[in-house]
Each structure stands twice: as C-alpha cells, then as structure tokens.
Write a protein that binds this ligand. Structure first.
Ligand code: GAR
Length: 207
C-alpha cells in the first residue's frame, strides 16, 4: 500500500476528488495518509479533517530558503513513510533538491494542455485568463510528474475541454475542473499506486 501525501494551498476540490475516489474504492493500492497545506486558512484542510485525514501546515514564509522548506517537508514525509506526493492546487514552487529526491514520485495537476499556458507565473485563474486572452478554442488539464523545471516534468495524462463563447476565467476553470481535472488526477494516482506508470526518457507509458 502506497502512503499518499496531498499538498494543497486553497479550496481543495482536487483533494476532494481524491477523497471521493478513495471512498469509492477506486484508488488501487494507495491511501491518503497526510494533507500538507502551505496556507493555514485553506478550505482543503477542513475537507481532510472531515474524513479524519491527518493534516499539517507548513508556510514557505516561515523558512529562510526553498531548501529549508524542502528539508522540512522531506522530514515530515519520511516520518510518515510517504511514497507518493500529489500537488493538488499547491501554489509554492518546490526546491530542486526536493524535486530530485522525489523524482517520479510527485504528481501535479495543471489546468491547461501543457506546454501551453504553463511555467512560472501560470497558476490558478491566471492560466485561464491567459488562455482566453489568446483566444484558444480548446484548453484542458494535464497531470504530470514534477521535475526541477516548473510544469516541465513527464506528462502522464491530458484531457481537452472546449472553450465556449462568453467564457470568463471562472467559467472556464470550473468546466476544466469538472470535465478533466477531477477525473484525470484520481486515475493517475491509482495508476501510480498500482505500478502501471513506466517512465523512460521523460516519456510515460501507462501499462
Ligand atoms: C486547480 O485548477 C489546479 O489545476 C490549479 O489550481 C486549482 C486548484 O484548485 N493548479 C495550478 O494552477 C498549479 N500550477 P483546488 O484547490 O480546488 O484543487
């Protein structure tokens, strides 16, 4: 059984999708044992507490450097025997050392079709603002492994979602969550825990 830690910063709808999948029994061979928030006021913490999942708050600003923050996270994960980290709306960039140590063991969900609208500065509603400003007709979501390059790790799964006339960043965000993120992320986590993800030369194959 793989112990899963979910890192969050905000509302936690993707965390909720993972909790719901766990309740439904569709996360094979994995269990969410810890939720770590970078924000003490994140509603995601309440979602975890409601179902009895242990939580911890580690704020980046309480540490002198990204390395010190990464070391504290690492110490917590080691103590809890965590085998998979899931970034579910986690808005803090992790240190290079942390990413290297957990290579191919951190999964992130990003609300666009990478390599469009990704990288530093592209997070949350900003991604959808940029997509609408460009006038793309299709956007979507990507689930990928995390490397030292922001949003640059190997892609596990993607799903396209149509942009509609009159979309605002908020309506597009909601449609992409409902039609893509909330399905892709639990499926990828289940595939990881069941040992179905194979990574070779930065290319993921789902067996
Ligand atoms: C989600 O749309 C997620 O893809 C995005 O933030 C939102 C978090 O919502 N993540 C990023 O932009 C990371 N670069 P949630 O807290 O309700 O899951």
């Amino acid at each position: 059984m793989v112990n899963i830690a979910v890192f969050v910063s905000g509302g936690g709808t993707n965390l909720q999708a993972l909790i719901d999948a766990q309740t439904a029994g569709t996360i094979e061979n994995g269990k969410i044992t810890l939720v770590v928030s970078s924000n003490p006021n994140a509603y995601a913490l309440e979602r975890a507490a409601k179902v009895g999942i242990e939580t911890a708050v580690l704020r980046r600003r309480d540490f002198d450097s990204a390395d010190a923050y990464g070391d504290a996270l690492d110490a917590l994960l080691t103590e809890k025997g965590v085998g998979l980290v899931v970034l579910a709306g986690f808005m803090t960039v992790l240190s290079d050392d942390f990413c290297k140590k957990y290579e191919n063991r951190i999964i992130n969900v990003h609300p666009s079709l990478i390599p469009s609208f990704c990288g530093e500065g592209f997070y949350g509603l900003r991604v959808h603002e940029a997509a609408l400003a460009k006038g793309v007709k299709v956007s979507g979501a990507t689930v990928h492994f995390v490397s030292e390059v922001v949003d640059g790790g190997a892609i596990i799964a993607q799903k396209a979602v149509a942009v509609e006339n009159g979309d605002t960043p908020e309506t597009l965000q909601k449609r992409i969550m409902e039609q893509a993120e909330w399905m892709l992320l639990p499926q990828a986590v289940s595939d990881f825990c069941a040992g179905r993800l194979q990574v070779e030369n930065d290319i993921v194959t789902i067996r």
